[in-house]
Design a protein around this ligand. Structure first.
Ligand code: ADP
Ligand code: MG
Length: 350
């Protein structure tokens, strides 16, 4: 963000903490029935109705660790910070209703920068129909830290834990994976090129999908609605934030089961395939260890198979086995490779 001579930046100290909170949160409207009291008191008030249960999750993003403002616009950061939390709520088969936003800011950030951050946050709230009901604002000596808490609702008996997968269940993945990680690689590469030659113009045209998946991810709200419409209750579910292999292992460990995943079934976008070829990296490695896809990975009983069979949102990538069978990738060459949490190594195939 560049300072405009005609419109100089406003220091946060000019507004003060309370002034800043008022400024950033003014005009926020409450839309959810369960929001009784939002911003402006010591705590927000949220009601529970009927047989709904509450679901709560928190995620913290630290500058230099989780994001780089060198290529991540603040508006996108705000949006993404909300999305990663909503994704965790959907992964419980629940619907998010409220969020709180806490941030630590250094004096490097003028009010205008925080306005952009909040623009992204508010856009996500509007799109996903959640109320921003509170937060905390404090100072930081170095970078920006943003922590968001999301609160959701799920009908009793509809909640999907990681622990419910049973032998013979099918393992299902939404969308496609690997793109967000590759998007980051592309942005990193452009950053290095730009450092070496500040006059260079990045050509991101062949990587639009990858960059979008990295900078503006979406959470699969649509899938929760779809599963309900199809009358499918996943026996277990998790969102793909750390990479497919890690999520598969979480489900298997929590459920006390094993799993076979088929390499040739893993859904990849054509841009993922072409970029992996260009970078000379194995696309399966990227799909398994990449992360930040925010797709949903879940298991269903065999009886539910006909309900999701022809749906383009879903790919059956494997099935659940007994725990003693272990967790394996069945490669295209039909060899069994143990799935490990990170850095699945294609060289092990030999
Ligand atoms: P307290 O001192 O009681 O913790 P604060 O002055 O920190 O209250 O906050 C006042 C109100 O503004 C509260 O409703 C709080 O949830 C909200 N709030 C504080 N910081 C933020 C923020 N960054 N975004 C949204 N709401 C905030
Ligand atoms: Mg406070």
């Amino acid at each position: 963000m560049l300072e405009d001579k005609n419109r100089p930046f406003t220091k946060v100290s000019e507004l003060g903490e309370f002034g800043l909170i008022d400024h950033l949160t003014k005009g926020i409207k409450l839309t959810q029935k369960s929001t009784v009291k939002g911003i402006g008191d010591d705590a927000a008030v949220i009601s529970t109705t009927g047989n709904f249960q509450k679901v709560v999750t928190t995620d913290m993003l630290v500058e230099g660790v989780h994001f780089d403002l060198g290529y991540m616009p603040l508006k996108h950061l705000g949006y993404k910070a909300v999305i990663v939390n909503l994704s965790d709520i959907y992964a419980m088969n629940a619907n998010p209703k409220q969020i709180t936003v806490s941030m630590a800011i250094s004096n490097r950030f003028p009010v205008e920068a925080l306005e952009e951050l909040y623009e992204g946050i508010k856009t996500a709230c509007k799109l996903y129909q959640v109320d921003l009901v509170g937060g905390d604002t404090t100072s930081s000596t170095s970078g920006l830290i943003i922590s968001i808490t999301a609160i959701g609702e799920v009908e009793e008996n509809q909640v999907a834990f990681r622990s419910g997968a049973k032998e013979n269940d099918l393992l299902v993945l939404t969308g496609d994976i690997g793109a967000a990680y590759l998007g980051l690689q592309v942005l990193e590469r452009e950053k290095q090129v730009f450092k070496a030659n500040p006059n260079s113009q990045p050509d991101l045209e062949p990587y639009t999908y990858l960059v979008e998946r990295q900078l503006k991810p979406e959470a699969r709200k649509d899938i929760i609605t779809l599963l309900k419409d199809l009358d499918v209750l996943p026996t277990s579910m998790i969102d793909v934030s750390d990479g497919l292999s890690s999520e598969i292992l979480h489900i298997c460990k929590a459920s006390g089961v094993g799993c076979n995943v088929y390499e040739d079934k893993i859904p990849l976008d054509p841009q993922v395939i072409s970029t992996c070829e260009e970078f000379n990296i194995d696309s399966t490695t990227i799909a398994l260890s990449g992360g930040e896809d925010y797709e949903l990975l879940f298991t269903i009983t065999m009886e539910d198979f006909p309900k999701i069979k022809a749906n383009p949102n879903f790919t059956i990538i494997g099935h659940i086995t007994a725990e003693k069978e272990g967790v394996h990738l069945i490669s295209r060459a039909n060899t069994k490779i143990p799935v490990v949490a990170r850095g699945w190594n294609p060289l092990k195939e030999e």
